[in-house]
Ligand binder design. Sequence first.
Ligand code: BG6
Length: 488
Amino acid sequence: MVEATRGPVLIFMFGATGDLARRKLYPALYELFRKDYKFAVIGMARRQHTHESYRSMIDRTLNPSADQRRRFLKRFYYQPLDIGNPNHFVLLKNISDQIDSQYHLKGNRIFYLSLAPRFFGTATIHLKKSGLTETDGWKRLVIEKPFGNNLASARQLNSELLKVFDESEIYRIDHYLGKEMVQNIEALRFANPVFESVWNHRSIANVQITLSETLGVGDRANYYDQTGALLDMVQNHIMQLLTLTAMEPPSQFDPEDIRQEKVKVLKSIRPMSRDNIADKIVRAQYKAGVMPDGTRISGYHEENNINETSDTETFVAARFFIDNYRWTGVPFYIRTGKRMATKCTEVVIEFKDIPNNPYFHKFTHIGPNLLVIHIQPDAGLSLKLNVKQFSDDGETSPVSMNFSRTGKSKNVVPDAYERLLSDCLKGDSTNFTRWDEVAYSWALTDSIVATWNSVPLDYYEAGTMGPKSSDKLLAKDGFRWWPLTRME
Ligand code: BG6
């Protein structure tokens, strides 16, 4: 069960000068500090910094309106560290013991590895050898993705971590699980009988999950070109959205029960096989194009540090089936890509029509009921219904019932990293990925990679919603991607 504490804890921030720490982690820690969470932080990276210059760096990451910055920054310390050098970990132990007693942190420790994955194993071994993980308090390891690049490497990494940490102490981050509306999927489903009673193959025609991005690979070409959309987005974020949408209700509101139900979904997803592969998956890369705002975009091959012959996919669309009673025969379509027309994450539930419904024969503006879970940029729900127009012929028109978390309340919705750090401080692992989730998700991804040779790379123009083959994927089943919608 979850302990509802807010620390105290000493946070070891590996990769303290990196992009993620500066963009997300320090601003999130500031919000937690304001909410009275008790912690001190030691930042570590190869770069030389004094405590003061490190604090100035953090200061620049904070919102100009942050009014408690002086008290906040005083709790940050810096230790230059080379992950490969065990002596540096001995120095780290000395300074951490001092900070621990100065702030009465009771030996509680969070080790946050915001590092390139090749350092994960070495860092944990050195933590152990230096005695940093032998503590009277609790200890937790927070680890960023990618967790391996296939099942075998993920297993290897996991076994290295388990030499030092227990599974219950490992918090594998998938930042999508910190997003407001992702967390809301469970509430929507299980707190509302009106939805739960129709949440199955009898009433749902298909489910569509879209994570589209307008950005390209930016300065991450080296990582991305080795990774591609399948490993970067599908193996983790999309699988999390899919499992939350499809899981059975947990018997208790407990992290282990919830994660158990998600694992059952992953186990039930039909692995990809090569038969009729074009009916199931599309992989594509963007060519030059024009974004909706008129910006001209070069093709993937023209991006800095991308090999001219690279066949890495920047877009994936796929159809999955979940072979269990609830979802028999219901296609789950997913798509994700870079340089698409819009930045949007949405889950659309398309409901079946009533058999032999006379309304559908009579009226032209009628369409299926759609429940849209808007995850970003809007956060909310909309339900599309058909109502009668104010006209004599009784013709229907679509209306949308909206519930929005954006707009006025936007400022109070915590950032994903703030939620996840807060959960980790409290010891709530619900929104972190358990090892078996990672493993099943990799097994599925590996089954897709194994078909890659049979899936020709398709192309799409930057600034569009992907290649035509992605539309055909649904058209073959008599469906179509519903246009992404804004709530305003
Ligand atoms: C990351 C991927 O996990 O998620 C990036 O590595 C991607 O390639 C990012 O851009 C998208 O996250 P968000 O929160 O901006 O949708």
